[in-house]
Write a protein that binds this ligand. Structure first.
Ligand SMILES: Cc1ncc(COP(=O)(O)O)c(C=O)c1O
Length: 502
């Protein structure tokens, strides 16, 4: 613990109102309060009476009497030669913690109140012990993260002279990282971009926020996939846009169903989230054509296509785009870790100055140390090496789940074909009661198995029987391969119990 004297703010009335006895009681009360509510912790040293008196512009005696009273009551102890310290004795008498004023008079915009309430409800459903068989979607396997290499690279950057350069940095991000990303997505995904086209962001989510800020006015229509990625839909709504969920079929978003006047279309063409199907080439062409005719911008979220288990991927919309309508968004949340908050966007030149202004005015820029470390990670070939290794692990999990869906769930579920990413989806067979999946999910959770349903990703009402939104989503980022068979056996048991099958 820091052993210098603590710097506690003590409020005293202005000089005109100063009466010595009154000042002593004020100092006494404020120190006592700070000890009881935990702002002053046991063992912390108070400033010498002379120093505190000087700072408060009162006589030394005024402070000394307050200290003596607190010492007599057991809050403080004086140690000759070293100072006056907070004792541990009186602290537990009251629960620590002060709180900011409730502030009932000030309220956020109703749409943000609604978003906060929805998030609080969502986090409550995730309460309880961690599931033994975790098929939830979202996180990659943290145990695959190349921690030793990462630690070395970040350590090297922290020692480097760049740290000694005070001041803000370029809102577009670390130059070396922008170049490394441009090369990397150019080679692996045929995205057309140079370093100057890349804006490094704190994950894909910030990229969506920046794009939304510079393109959307209040009430502007934004088309999102249905089912789709809730954080994108909710964010655009939070920015004041009018979000229109547009159905997804076997080829991708139904372009005909996008309302005229739509300003922005958010899609996940490589691996539709959450269904997992890629957008067909014909649909890509139709979407680009639609955007051209309707003067709209397409946001292409390519969030997890690095993990591919067969066949070549289709060209991204960004590389098919001839008129500069596509903003390509990428993230390192799946390939590395979500908590690193590293992502990027590649936008047409016409949007770039506004995007940079938005970045500067919101959080200015991300962490240059981590960005420089990532640049080295990519340039040294570690990223592709890590992706190859992780792909082998995820491919085995993907194959196990796909085989089990085919062999053990054939009477209940129809898998949605998917050859990439970190999750699989399966729709219920026609005739399945609409409320069965919710009950199965709850029973599976009791057995230690966490799964999600397609309805979790739907913006609409709860799905009706035979609706395309009736199904399960099985993530395999978090579950080791050897746990998959038992997890799926328990899932099957949950179905059987609820269908009354012994
Ligand atoms: C569709 C989609 N986009 C983006 C992300 C990642 O977002 P971020 O980079 O903000 O962590 C995810 C993560 O699950 C996702 O599913």
């Amino acid at each position: 613990m820091y052993d210098g004297p603590v710097d506690l703010h003590i409020s005293l009335p202005g000089p005109g109102a100063r009466v010595s006895g009154d000042l002593t009681s004020r100092i006494y009360r404020q120190l006592r309060e700070a000890i009881l509510d935990g702002r002053l912790r046991p063992g912390e040293r108070l400033p010498p009476t002379r120093v505190l008196a000087g700072r408060l512009e009162v006589s030394r005696n005024t402070v000394a009497i307050a200290y003596e009273r607190l010492t007599a009551e057991g809050f403080l102890v004086a140690r000759v030669g070293s100072g006056t310290f907070v004792t541990g004795r009186r602290v537990a008498a009251r629960a620590p913690g002060r709180t900011a004023p409730a502030g009932a008079a000030v309220r956020p915009l109703p749409r943000w109140e609604a978003l906060a309430a929805a998030q609080a409800a969502g986090s409550r459903t995730g309460d309880g012990p961690a599931p033994v068989f975790d098929f939830r979607v979202g996180a990659p396997d943290g145990s695959l993260f190349p921690l030793a290499t990462w630690r070395r690279l970040v350590g090297a950057e922290l020692r480097a002279t760049t740290i000694s350069l005070a001041g803000y940095r370029d809102p577009a991000g670390h130059d070396g990282l922008r170049a490394a990303i441009a090369r990397y997505v150019g080679a692996s995904r045929s995205v057309r971009a140079g370093a100057h086209d890349v804006l490094v962001t704190q994950g894909a989510q910030q990229a969506l926020d920046l794009v939304g800020r510079v393109l959307l006015g209040p009430g502007d229509p934004v088309a999102v996939e249905e089912p789709g990625y809730p954080p994108a839909r909710l964010l655009f709504g939070g920015l004041g846009a009018r979000v229109v969920p547009v159905p997804v079929d076997g080829e991708g978003i139904d372009v005909q169903a996008i309302p005229p006047g739509t300003r922005l279309v958010y899609v996940t063409p490589s691996h539709q989230f959450p269904l997992g199907t890629p957008m067909s080439l014909a649909r890509r062409a139709a979407l680009l054509n639609w955007a051209d005719r309707h003067d709209a911008v397409i946001v292409e979220d390519d969030y997890d296509s690095e993990f591919r288990y067969s066949e070549r991927p289709l060209d991204p919309l960004q590389s098919l785009d001839r008129t500069g309508r596509v903003v390509y968004v990428g993230t390192f949340s799946k390939t590395l870790l979500p908590m690193l908050r590293l992502g990027f966007l590649i936008a047409p030149a016409s949007l770039r100055p506004a995007l940079l202004a938005a970045r500067r005015l919101t959080d200015w820029h991300g962490d240059p140390v981590v960005q420089a470390a990532l640049a080295r990670f990519i340039d040294s070939g570690e990223l592709p090496r890590h992706i190859r290794k992780a792909t082998r692990v995820y491919a085995a999990r993907h194959a196990r789940i796909a085989a089990s869906l085919r062999d053990d769930f054939a009477d209940l579920l129809v898998p949605v074909p998917s050859k990439a990413g970190l999750h699989l989806c399966a729709r219920t067979k026609p005739g399945t009661p609409p409320d069965l999946l919710g009950a199965v999910r709850a029973r599976a959770r009791e057995l230690g198995v966490a799964v999600e349903t397609l309805a979790d990703y739907s913006a609409g009402e709860s799905p009706k029987d035979e609706s395309p939104q009736c199904g399960l989503v099985l993530g395999y980022g978090a579950i080791p391969e050897e746990r998959i068979p038992e997890g799926l056996r328990l899932l099957r048991r949950s179905f059987d119990e609820l269908r009354g099958i012994p």
